[in-house]
Design a protein around this ligand. Structure first.
Ligand code: FES
Length: 129
């Protein structure tokens, strides 16, 4: 019997928005020092909204499923809304993750938040030039 919900397995088998997108405006990277897994998230932003998102995850089934779900949750959201997405939101949408795998879901939200912070940083510099 699997420790994962059907929804986790479904996202693991059919990941959404997987891969690096062309012409991305920013990206975030997070690594898990415990297991060594790494995740990259790429975002394309228009009018402060995430209009496209892509990702690469070198990690476990939970890491892949959580990035896939996060990408669906973040697409179309404003940067402010996307900054509020948490690992709990991702886990809830996946109908739960086994406690031993909760740390894997950190990566997706943190990588997205880093991508947004970098984007804002870059834009602030442009505006002040
Ligand atoms: Fe590394 Fe899940 S075991 S992210």
């Amino acid at each position: 019997m699997s420790i994962y919900t059907e929804k986790v397995l479904e996202h693991f088998k059919n990941p959404r928005n997987q891969g690096k997108i062309k012409d991305y405006d920013s990206f975030g990277e997070k690594g898990n020092p415990v297991c060594g897994d790494v995740m990259h998230i790429y975002i394309k932003v228009e009018n402060d909204k995430i209009v496209d998102i892509g990702w690469e995850t070198m990690g476990c089934a939970a890491a892949i499923a959580t990035t896939s779900m996060l990408s669906e949750l973040a697409k179309g959201k404003s940067l402010d809304e996307a900054m509020k997405l948490t690992k709990q939101d991702v886990s809830d949408e996946l109908e739960g993750l086994p406690p031993v795998k909760m740390h894997c879901s950190n990566l997706a939200a943190e990588a997205l938040h880093e991508a947004i912070k970098k984007y804002r940083e870059k834009n602030k510099k442009k505006k002040t030039k």
